[in-house]
Design a protein. Structure first.
Length: 439
């Protein structure tokens, strides 16, 4: 959420940000509506304060009038006080509605942008920052992961479709082992080498949690909502572990000495993929249910920029250990997620598509999520004392498991139809070094 004072005092800067993001007209209209409501709020607040002042001053005069033997004047003043109080109450009720509408508008506005983010719209506007590894030159025609997985007998899209429809998959045998091995490889790497705290979280969250991280209200069509409320509010399947993990410290004031906090978390992720029909309909690239290991950092503002480099670097280690060529790109202004101030994507090479595809988005949200969550830290003073400020939050995939499985199959396939298991992954597959076709 943007600071309301920023929107009120620097509306032109907010409009400039919206233009950089190639926002639709309703976003600009929302800023205009906010300014109108903010003006109404200030006028109404001034009237309420004046009536309260009159009530307080007059209430002190009434007993004096009675003592002076002027009961008629005292009764008249009492009537005026009652009227002023009633009017103030009515205005306060209306002001509550104005505040609710202001809050609703603020929840729709996207985050500010880091100055380093280049302007542009579309994938071609991304700025490549670096590459690692060379795409392999095959001496045979490489198969797409779904064809390869089917031939190996480890991937079954047909049976998944019978029970659940499109965009679901069944992994069998070495395929299931590979998926589980990747999860354990990622968690082991992040916990043992990178120093993250692993957490297991609920896979169902309430509406307020999704509002806190910015998925709502904008992306409700992309979520799976439970048919009935749970524990008093709308409930949804998690689209990413970002939501429950970032909500861990909702409403808390953290001591600066305890920051940064670094969490890693494995969850299934559930996405309706609204608006993606016709895109990546084959295979595992875009599923309604998939697995992911998420990295979340909670930092102070002065360390969050460095934290983005650290977090992105940790995701890069995963790809390097798995011997997967990738590139690092800065996402353009018109393509960044609404909540992100600075978004760096890692894109892995897929031989079947002859292109790089996103496998991890690493984002610095600045204080955008923390304002929604009421997540602060104590900037100075002894514990329990001193000034507080909003934390900065960051997250990124470390990595998306299904897409990593796709990349491993495609990049490490062999001419005989088998797949070589990367050396770093073998201990997590019971020493398996090759996935071969069924006998």
């Amino acid at each position: 959420m943007l600071d309301r004072h920023l929107v009120a005092e620097q509306p032109d800067a907010v409009r400039a940000m919206l233009r950089r993001r190639h926002a639709d007209p309703p976003a600009f209209e929302a800023v205009d509506r906010f300014l109108s409501l903010e003006a109404d709020r200030k006028r109404t607040t001034a009237v309420i304060e004046e009536k309260r002042r009159f009530r307080n001053e007059s209430s002190n005069r009434i007993p004096a009038l009675y003592k002076e033997g002027r009961p008629a004047e005292a009764e008249a003043l009492k009537a005026e006080v009652r009227t002023a109080s009633d009017q103030a109450r009515t205005l306060e009720e209306g002001l509550a509605g104005v505040e609710q509408e202001i809050e609703a508008i603020l929840l729709t506005l996207p985050n500010r942008l880091d100055d380093r983010v280049q302007d542009g719209l579309g994938e071609e506007a991304s700025k490549e920052l670096s590459r690692w590894g060379e795409p392999r030159a095959f001496d045979f025609e490489p198969l797409a992961h779904d064809d390869l997985g089917t031939r190996l007998g480890i991937l079954d899209m047909e049976r998944a479709a019978r029970m659940s429809g499109a965009r679901f998959a069944v992994l069998k045998g070495a395929g299931a082992l590979l998926e589980r091995g990747l999860v354990n490889f990622f968690l082991d790497l992040h916990v043992r080498e990178h120093g993250y705290t692993e957490v297991m979280v609920p896979y169902v969250v309430g509406r307020s949690a999704l509002v806190g991280t910015g998925q709502l209200p904008k992306f409700e069509d992309d979520l799976f909502r439970l048919a009935e409320p749970l524990n008093g509010q709308d409930a949804f399947l998690v689209p990413t572990a970002e939501v429950p993990v970032t909500n861990l410290h909702r409403g808390e004031i953290l001591e600066a000495a305890t920051l940064p906090l670094r969490y890693c978390c494995f969850t299934p992720c559930f996405r309706a993929e609204a608006g993606s029909y016709g895109r990546d309909v084959k295979g595992l690239i875009r599923q309604h249910q998939f697995h992911k290991v998420e990295l979340v950092h909670i930092t102070t503002p002065d360390t969050s920029d460095a934290a983005l480099e650290t977090l992105t670097g940790h995701a890069e280690v995963c790809l390097r250990r798995l011997e997967l060529p990738y590139r690092k790109v800065r996402i353009a202004s018109g393509e960044q997620s609404a909540a992100a101030a600075h978004q760096i994507d890692l894109e892995v090479w897929l031989p079947s598509q002859q292109r790089y595809r996103e496998i991890s988005s690493c984002s610095n949200f600045w204080d955008y999520q923390a304002r929604r969550l009421g997540l602060r830290f104590r900037a100075s003073g002894a514990p329990g004392k001193g000034r507080t400020a909003f934390c900065h939050t960051l997250n990124g995939s470390g990595l998306a498991v299904g897409r990593t499985l796709v990349a491993v199959l495609e990049n490490h396939q062999q001419a005989d139809g088998s797949v070589r298991v990367p050396r770093a992954l073998r201990p997590f597959l019971g020493g398996l070094d090759r996935i071969g076709p069924p006998e």
